[in-house]
Design a protein around this ligand. Structure first.
Ligand code: PRP
Ligand code: MG
Length: 212
């Protein structure tokens, strides 16, 4: 039987819940913390620990067959990649926020301004739809600090509990999308490997049913 190669987030919010759902499927993987790759002992599965933002390209290239990834990352970097299952965890929003003392009425606020974000494509699409012309500045982490250090007028990033916005004196003004973890599939998965995926997906569906 062929082995299913799965990418999960190396560190960050999805990592623990991704490992948990694999475990709940009855699959034991050797979880050596520093390893970037681990094999299951009782299922034809190999797990690769990768950076979130790299995962869409690995799927596209067929380096991995499936991935547990935030839908927000697929929308930003992998519109061409399908997912077969919503996994019900890591729910979040991707939102625009501005300093909390600003008076905000609508998107025209951002005309001629600067937005810092890790989601440039998602932001640009939203700006285009609103016919607003804004400078979009890419930063890869700690985005919420940008307005406080004079780097941008507003930010666009993930909002989960809202505590990062709160701590940085920002307020959410537009919700661009809602997201959760999904099981995404490489367009290059082989027929043989697809059979292994079908087995895994069946187990995942049972686990999700049990959780509801
Ligand atoms: C993520 C995200 C937001 C924050 C949202 O950052 O980029 O900043 O979590 O969560 P909250 O609404 O519950 O506060 P993370 O802490 O993962 O670090 P990073 O931005 O440096 O990647
Ligand atoms: Mg952050």
């Amino acid at each position: 039987m062929s082995t299913l190669k799965m990418a999960i987030q190396k560190s960050g919010r999805l990592n623990q819940d991704s490992l948990k759902i694999i475990k709940d499927c009855g699959i034991s993987i050797d979880n050596g913390k520093d390893q970037l790759k681990a094999s299951a002992s009782n299922f034809p599965l190999e797990v690769f620990y990768l950076r979130n933002g790299d995962i869409p390209q690995y799927l596209r290239d067929g380096v991995v067959d499936v991935a547990i990834i935030g839908e927000n990352v697929l929308i930003e970097k992998g519109q061409d990649i399908d997912f077969v299952e919503r996994l019900g965890f890591s729910k979040c929003k991707v939102s625009l926020a501005v300093p909390k003392n600003e008076i905000y009425t609508d998107m025209s606020y951002f005309e001629g301004k600067k937005i810092a974000t890790s989601y440039p494509n998602t932001v640009q699409k939203y700006l285009n739809a609103a016919s607003v012309s804004t400078n979009v500045h890419l930063i890869n982490g700690s985005v919420e600090i940008a307005p406080n250090i004079g780097l941008a007028d507003g930010i666009c990033d993930i909002v989960s509990s809202g505590s990062t916005l709160f701590k940085n004196n920002l307020k959410e003004v537009e919700v661009l999308l809602k997201s959760e973890a999904v099981l995404a599939v490489s367009p290059r998965i082989s027929v043989e490997t697809q059979k292994v995926l079908d087995k895994l997906q069946f187990r995942i569906q049972s686990v999700l049913k049990g959780r509801n």
